[in-house]
Ligand binder design. Sequence first.
Ligand code: URA
Length: 273
Amino acid sequence: MTDTLHLDKRQRAMLAEMGVRVWSPMSEAAVIDAPAGEIEQPHSFVAASDLAKAEPVPTIIQRPEGIDQMGWSALQSTVSSCQACTLCGARHNTVFGVGALAAEGEAPQVDWLIVGEAPGEEEDLQGEPFVGQAGELLDNMLGAMSLSRTGARKPEGGGVYIANVLKCRPPGNRNPKPEEVAQCLPYLERQVALLKPKMILAMGRFAVQALLRDSVPELEGTPYGKLRGRVYQYQNVPVVVTYHPAYVLRNLPEKAKVWADLCLAMAHLKGSE
Ligand code: URA
């Protein structure tokens, strides 16, 4: 392909890594200036004139040891300074999670943990998960269960925490890469251990893969929809699989199936009390 943008090798490598397609105002055609196959789910275009603003390639620093022993605030501050994968280079904020208020330094007391995929643009800017359109739908779903994202656990139950598999935004909202999930997963594992929820709702393929890949051997070959309707386990916590709110926004008739999944989770929780 003709290099109409005069990108140097480093810029090309970085853009390919970010899954960014480069559009040149010099030509009417879109120019994809990254090796085919390296772009997983390109949504974003940058003008050649923006390249000067491209972030430098970040320095990768190994995660500290002992995440599995950390308390809530140590975990939070470790995540906020994490540089264990290249996503740290372009982020505005890490997105640790949101939920019921808790005593200083303590994990919130919750019955429910909602696990999504990764922050999007708005979440990256605000440092909070699910604040865009998908978040609005998630809030409505929680409302339908008489729950809310920051509501405290009452004597009769409740309390929600919302977290993602990845704590940093993949550029252009591309899919998480396996190495990014591998670096980030110990944080979610520790969040689950400290939160001790009574039910996990896994929303979308990446959440399901992250939580169930060690315990559900048939996961890889099973179409996503076929994983619904059963209760799995992660760290001895029941897990119910449902569709990601962003998917539901594009496929509104699936809302009924999500409601069925939420009913399954509520019934299981009630039955286990
Ligand atoms: N989608 C997710 O999976 N998580 C968010 O925080 C926002 C959108």
